[in-house]
Design a protein around this ligand. Structure first.
Ligand code: FMN
Length: 347
């Protein structure tokens, strides 16, 4: 069989067995309704891809203050939870598994969505236009005080509890791509001198508090985290940032999570300060399940599972262009190429 590894089953935990190692990567689509609840169309979209070993939802807001894009779903209101239940039921009816990606954009939120100034570890803005929002530019955020940081940890836990109510198989904490948690993990966006920023251990504290609060609700084997130690988008690397990820990954080893997911758009890129590819950097430090993502074709994924020693491969854009991606991989059919115009409709 051409894709023996990719199509073989995998136990995320004793109670969560995936039928293959193909993961649908989290992808923001901006098709929620005006109350930021998922729609019937979204249920169809996810259910149609349920033959993936695991689906990770698009990033989903833990609180209205975290919004930075139009029509992104939330999981803080009763209506949203009830609507997500229809999505998870549809996926489960088709034999799939689905995790909810928990999200707060931090300094990338915007007052036109939230009604108030964005919050972040430090008052350091990102210069540039907001994506998917004509004419808006990023605002300078307000630095969070310690009480507010404690409340955010509670909001993540509440969202995790809602995710369980909504029938999700687990949650993935979005700590990558320059959003709130990642802003704590990098020195460019975290200039705090308190226990949330003074040194590598302090900069990893918020992420670990969120992990622990969420895992206390969902249990560790239903809790995962997405990281991008390579600072490749929405913020920049500062010398020494890797020390924070060394501390974080060491601490995650003790927590027996479902997996650590390494975010990128091209997993094959190397970074001198990580000593190579981000997936290898994480693999060398983290003992549990590692998910790789970024630019994989089925062929490259098949060999990466063996050669890179990662356990699962997430496909993003290929799943947008090919709702039947798993079927095509199984039959060896060629894939439809992704184009940005495909983002205009939910198919
Ligand atoms: C339209 C689009 C939306 C995305 N939204 C998210 C998101 O909500 N959360 C996230 O962690 N990554 C997001 N990503 C990144 C993907 O999860 C993935 O890392 C990226 O597409 C690279 O994988 P690929 O080459 O297989 O597409 C998004 C990517 C795309 C193309």
């Amino acid at each position: 069989m051409k894709y023996r590894e990719l199509l073989s089953g995998f136990s995320l935990s004793n109670s969560l067995v995936l039928r293959n190692r193909i993961v649908m990567a989290p992808m923001t689509r901006c098709f929620s309704d005006n109350d930021l609840a998922p729609t019937g169309e979204m249920a169809k979209y996810y259910a149609g891809r349920a033959d993936a070993g695991l689906i990770i939802t698009e990033a989903t807001l833990i609180d209205p203050q975290g919004q930075g894009y139009p029509h992104t779903p939330g999981i803080y209101s009763r209506k949203q939870v009830d609507a997500w239940k229809k999505v998870t039921d549809a996926v489960h009816d088709n034999g799939g598994h689905i995790f909810c990606q928990l999200w707060h954009t931090g300094r990338m939120a915007h007052s036109s969505y939230t009604g108030s100034q964005p919050v972040a570890p430090s008052s350091i803005g990102l210069d540039g236009p907001l994506p998917r929002a004509q004419g808006l530019r990023y605002e300078v955020p307000r630095a969070l005080d310690r009480e507010e940081i404690g409340r955010l940890v509670e909001q993540y836990a509440r969202a995790a509890s809602h995710a369980i109510d909504a029938g999700f198989d687990g949650v993935e904490i979005h700590a990558a791509n320059g959003y709130l948690i990642d802003q704590f993990l990098h020195q460019q966006t975290n200039c705090r001198t308190d226990e949330y920023g003074a040194d590598a251990e302090s900069r990893s504290r918020f992420a670990l508090q969120v992990v622990d609060a969420v895992a206390a609700v969902t249990r560790p084997h239903r809790t995962a985290i997405r990281l991008s130690p390579q600072a490749y988008v929405n913020l920049e690397y500062t010398e020494g940032d890797e020390a924070t990820f060394d501390v974080l990954l060491q601490a995650l080893n003790e927590r027996l999570l479902a997996y650590v997911h390494v975010a990128s758009f091209d997993a094959d890129l190397s970074y001198a300060y990580l000593g190579g590819r981000p997936v290898d950097y994480v693999r060398q430090r983290y003992k549990g399940t590692v998910v790789g993502c970024g630019g994989f074709s089925p062929e490259a994924a098949e060999s990466a599972l063996a050669d890179w020693q990662m356990n699962l491969v997430a496909f993003g854009r290929s799943f947008i262009a090919n709702p039947d991606l798993v079927g095509k991989i199984r039959s060896g059919a060629s894939l439809t190429a992704y184009e940005e115009s495909l983002l205009g409709a939910l198919v």
